[in-house]
Design a protein around this ligand. Structure first.
Ligand code: CA
Length: 218
């Protein structure tokens, strides 16, 4: 999951970058509005953390231009304690959430995750379970910010599990999720794919209840 962090204060920016990286995000940090606008145009980020008072171009202006181009990437606005007008303005211009300075890093990260999850339910299909993210459009999986290479069937199994985090899916349910009608299914094909998945991602990520099925934690 790639975050664009736009914050001109070096100390706050550094702390945010560090916290987000520790939480498993890949972070691009820029400190002025012009650079931010150039990176926004590349459309490679899954979420934007946007300070408002910026050199070069104001955060609200960036947000307005972003939404004017129909770019619906989720945006969390960072505002000063007394910036009620900024907050209202930001939300009116299409921000999805905001945090108020000074904020707790854990709160910011929780909000980023919640936002990504909300966004996943509203047409953008990126899925997040803890440190694991899956982008079905790009067929891309990352764990703690690092890309993980999966086969098509492995990806399909993981996607089925991540669509219903916390729910236990039986082997039969997983077979149905990954094979079309009439496909030849080996008797233990799902187990083989799961075995590979757990080897690549770590065995504690995909849990197994013997004889019942598999699940991933939220
Ligand atoms: Ca600022």
């Amino acid at each position: 999951m790639r975050v664009l962090l736009v914050e001109d204060d070096p100390m706050i920016g550094e702390a945010m970058q560090k916290g987000l990286k520790q939480a498993g995000f890949a972070v691009d940090w820029v400190q002025d509005g012009i650079r931010a606008e150039a990176l926004l145009a590349e459309k490679v980020h899954h979420v934007i953390v946007l300070d408002l008072g910026l050199p070069g171009r104001d955060g609200l202006e960036l947000l307005k231009n972003l939404r004017a181009t129909e770019n619906q990437v989720p945006v969390i606005v960072v505002t000063a304690r007394d910036g009620v007008d900024d907050r209202v303005g930001g939300l009116n211009l299409g921000a999805d959430d905001y945090v108020v300075k000074p904020f707790d890093l854990d709160e910011l990260i929780a909000r980023v995750r919640a936002l990504l999850r909300r966004h996943a339910g509203s047409g953008n299909p990126i899925m997040v379970c803890g440190d694991l993210t899956l982008d079905p459009m790009r067929k891309a999986v990352s764990y703690k910010g690092d890309a993980v290479d999966l086969s098509g069937k492995e990806l399909a199994i993981l996607e089925a599990l991540m669509r219903r985090p916390g729910a236990v899916l039986s082997r039969k349910a997983l077979e149905e999720a990954i094979y079309g009608n009439g496909d030849e299914i080996g008797s233990n094909a799902v187990e083989v794919h799961l075995h590979h998945l757990r080897k690549k991602l770590g065995a504690d990520l995909i849990r197994n209840i013997r004889g019942v099925g598999y699940w991933v934690a939220e």
